[in-house]
Design a protein around this ligand. Structure first.
Ligand SMILES: Cc1ncc(COP(=O)(O)O)c(C=O)c1O
Length: 438
């Protein structure tokens, strides 16, 4: 479908004219009233009772998880989960390079070495086969991220976990409403960590400004977390039923990562609309992908068919095939789409973890050569550092992946305008002939 309409990048009219595409409104009034109520009652501290306890009960019921603990960030949720599964100095934790430092920083700071792996180019999620290839007798956990709500292959990962007796720590920062085989992810895996960071509608699927949640179905993991970072939680010592945690003093291990009740008030209000917002984002995705997926050179990234969720946070992913786009670079396509007013970012993942300076060059984390990512450390072999080319699949996809905005209540005609922008750019002679000048 060739078009001759002038591209906006060349001075034509942009395809997208709607400037405020999101019409869903955050229930500010309800949030304000709930926060004010807690302020008036002086309920702005505490855990294991009051609102923190009722939020945890509500999240358990929503997800089907056996245990739930609220914390102050997604990052600390993850750190405490790594502690819970037994990650410590001299261990290795496998995680995808097309990932995020926040997903495994907790393990690094507990003294473990991140070992990067490839992604599955179809779903852009951790590749279970590559994970298995990298398991050693030092591997203490596999850290996976359900990017944008797309769920990693929990069946394959579960089999690997059982075969090697290595736990999976799920970074579910984007995946509060994600399901696998029809069940909420929290009721499927061993331990899942959520973030409550940001503000709706653009923040995490449930937000409270800052905050985090851990769910688990494993009593041992639950008690390890309680003892690690829930200082002065009401009922903490009564909840610890297992050795050696029952032997701990009142203050347990002394860290305090508890969630702020005011953040949980906002998150409680957001729980009311999570299913509605998810359904609507999925309809938006289906409509947009239905249109742009028909174009040559544009491959919408769908989740595995055992998971239906996507675009819940951070947008939708699209991979360009330059061979089918007259060899035009993904960078030029993005520039042309941006000029049309389409909500696109890229090309590239936000991060390629192995290329961060600390992982290329190593880093003396605690000084005096005491570091899991420099030299030898607690039985780890010498740290060699990573370089470009170490992860050919992830690095190649990184060159041509785009992020496209997703919406809950898009303004009338918006999805059509965005799809038209893609049709205009991809269908233009710009992408079809050698006549352009880039
Ligand atoms: C993939 C991913 N993991 C972990 C986190 C950490 O969550 P928080 O910001 O609540 O610490 C985030 C937050 O941006 C994230 O996007």
């Amino acid at each position: 479908m060739e078009t001759t309409e002038e591209l906006a990048i060349a001075g034509g009219d942009p395809a997208v004219t709607i400037e405020e595409p999101e019409e869903w409104e955050r229930p500010v009034q309800k949030e304000t009233e709930f926060v004010a109520e807690l302020l008036e009652d002086g309920e702005i501290s505490g855990a294991g009772r009051g609102l923190p306890a009722s939020f945890e009960a509500e999240f358990r019921e929503y997800t089907g998880a056996e245990y739930c603990l609220t914390v102050d960030h997604g990052s600390t949720a993850l750190e405490s989960a790594f502690y819970a599964v037994g990650v410590g100095p001299g261990d290795e934790v496998i995680t995808p390079t097309a990932g995020y430092i926040g997903a495994y920083a907790g393990a690094l700071h507990l003294g473990a070495r991140p070992v990067f792996c490839e992604i599955d180019p179809e779903t852009l999620l951790v590749d279970p086969r590559d994970v298995e290839r990298r398991i050693t007798d030092r591997t203490a956990a596999i850290a996976v991220t359900h990017w944008n709500g797309r769920v990693c292959d929990l069946d394959a990962l579960g089999e690997i976990s059982d075969r090697h007796d290595v736990p999976i720590v799920e970074d579910a920062a984007h995946a509060h409403a994600s399901r696998w085989n029809g069940e909420h992810i929290s009721s499927v895996g061993d331990i899942a960590c959520y973030s409550l960071q940001g503000v709706a509608p653009h923040g995490k699927p449930i937000t409270g400004g800052e905050g985090g949640i851990v769910t688990t179905n494993d009593r041992e993991y639950y008690e390890r977390q309680l003892s690690y970072c829930h200082l002065h939680r009401t009922g903490l010592n009564e909840e610890l039923t297992r050795e050696p945690y029952t032997e701990l003093d009142y203050e347990a291990l002394g860290l305090k990562y508890r969630a702020h009740p005011l953040a949980l008030a906002i998150a409680t209000v957001e729980m009311d609309s999570i299913e509605y917002r998810t359904r609507n984002r999925l309809s938006y995705r289906d409509e947009l992908f239905g249109r742009i997926g028909a174009l040559p050179g544009v491959r919408p990234v769908w989740p595995y068919d055992r998971s239906e969720t996507d675009g819940l946070y951070g947008g939708l992913k699209v991979v360009l095939e330059p061979d089918e786009l007259g060899g035009v670079s993904p960078q030029r396509i993005v520039e042309a789409l941006e000029a049309e007013g389409a909500p696109v970012r890229g090309p590239g993942f936000p991060y390629m973890e192995h290329l961060r300076t600390i992982f290329r060059e190593g880093y003396d984390l605690w000084g005096d050569g005491r570091s899991p990512i420099q030299g030898e450390f607690c039985g780890l072999p010498p740290y060699n550092g990573y370089q470009e080319g170490d992860f050919p699949i992830s690095e190649e996809i990184n060159e041509r992946v785009l992020t496209v905005g997703s919406y809950i209540e898009p303004a009338d005609g918006y999805v059509d305008q965005v799809a038209t922008a893609f049709e205009k750019v991809v269908g233009h002679s710009y992408c079809r002939t050698e006549s352009r000048t880039d």
